[in-house]
Design a protein around this ligand. Structure first.
Ligand code: NDP
Length: 249
């Protein structure tokens, strides 16, 4: 892939998928910034660990559900690192329960963290990308936004909404060298998925995956790397599935 160095910002870059994405983009020579939740006590430790591994990944506090926090975070990144060329909207949470049990708090938390975050963060960087005639916005959605999932009305709605956002925004910035794409991973072996009881994984989830295994964070990171590259300049408004054959549209 091409060698132009860019500034890449990955929300939730300290999570299972986020870390793999940060490392992959750093390996390609990009200047990588991760956000972390303001209350994340392990942030400094994570950043130090990255340095030990040889990746100089900077980390900034940001609550992606909070507009003012996003404004402050991206302004600081722009001042200290540079304008953001690649934004990966990766931060996300689940709060699974049947619709019957779901209350407003768990609905709002998931919509705010997965979907409102895309507005809050993309607003900070989109105009600059358009002005510079180059940008990549990559939204990490989910197979469950494509097909729905039992116990995930909140998450499926938020993740499907992310792709609606992708499609509409991609039209508005297409002539300005800015691409906007969605990645919809299936089950990837991160903490979020490993928190599912093993018997449920073995009896209900793995059997749904024709490849018979969970995906690897590095496999999703490779796709992010491609979509961030010069070679992906003609890919926009796409929703790329990476799910081991679990769901085909
Ligand atoms: P993790 O739980 O490991 O990581 C989620 C990240 O989101 C954490 O780094 C967390 O930061 C961050 N985050 C959560 N809330 C906020 C907030 N309010 N402000 C800022 N950051 C926040 O999950 P994964 O790595 O597994 O998932 C990453 C993305 O991929 C998510 O959007 C998820 O929905 C999606 N996905 C994951 C799949 C999987 O199988 N793992 C499958 C399909 C999609 P902190 O720790 O600092 O709070």
């Amino acid at each position: 892939m091409s060698a132009t160095k860019r500034v890449a910002l990955v929300t939730g870059g300290m999570g299972g998928l986020g870390e793999a994405i940060c490392i992959k983009l750093a390996m390609l020579g990009h200047t990588v910034v991760s956000t972390y939740s303001p209350g994340n006590a392990k942030a400094q430790e994570w950043q130090a660990g990255m340095r030990v591994q040889g990746y100089d990944i900077k980390a900034y506090p940001c609550d992606v559900t909070d507009w003012n926090s996003c404004v402050a975070c991206v302004a600081k990144v722009a001042a200290e690192v540079g304008p953001v060329d690649v934004l990966v909207n990766n931060a996300g949470i689940t709060r699974d329960m049947t619709f019957k049990k779901m209350d407003r708090v768990n609905w709002d938390a998931v919509i705010h963290t997965n979907l409102d975050s895309c507005f809050n963060m993309t607003k900070q960087v989109a105009d600059g990308m358009v002005d510079r005639n180059w940008g990549r916005i990559i939204n990490i959605s989910s197979v469950n936004g494509q097909k729905g999932a039992f116990g995930q009305t909140n998450y499926s709605a938020a993740k499907a909404g992310m792709h609606g956002f992708t499609k509409a925004l991609s039209l508005e910035v297409a002539r300005k060298g800015v691409t906007v794409n969605t990645i919809s991973p299936g089950y990837i072996g991160t903490q979020m998925v490993m928190a599912i009881p093993k018997e449920v994984l073995d009896s209900k989830i793995i059997p749904q995956i024709p490849m018979g295994r969970l995906g690897k964070p590095e496999e999703v990171a490779g796709l992010v790397a491609y979509l961030s590259s010069e070679e992906a300049a003609f890919v926009t408004g796409a929703n790329i599935a990476i799910n081991g054959g679990q769901h085909m549209q």
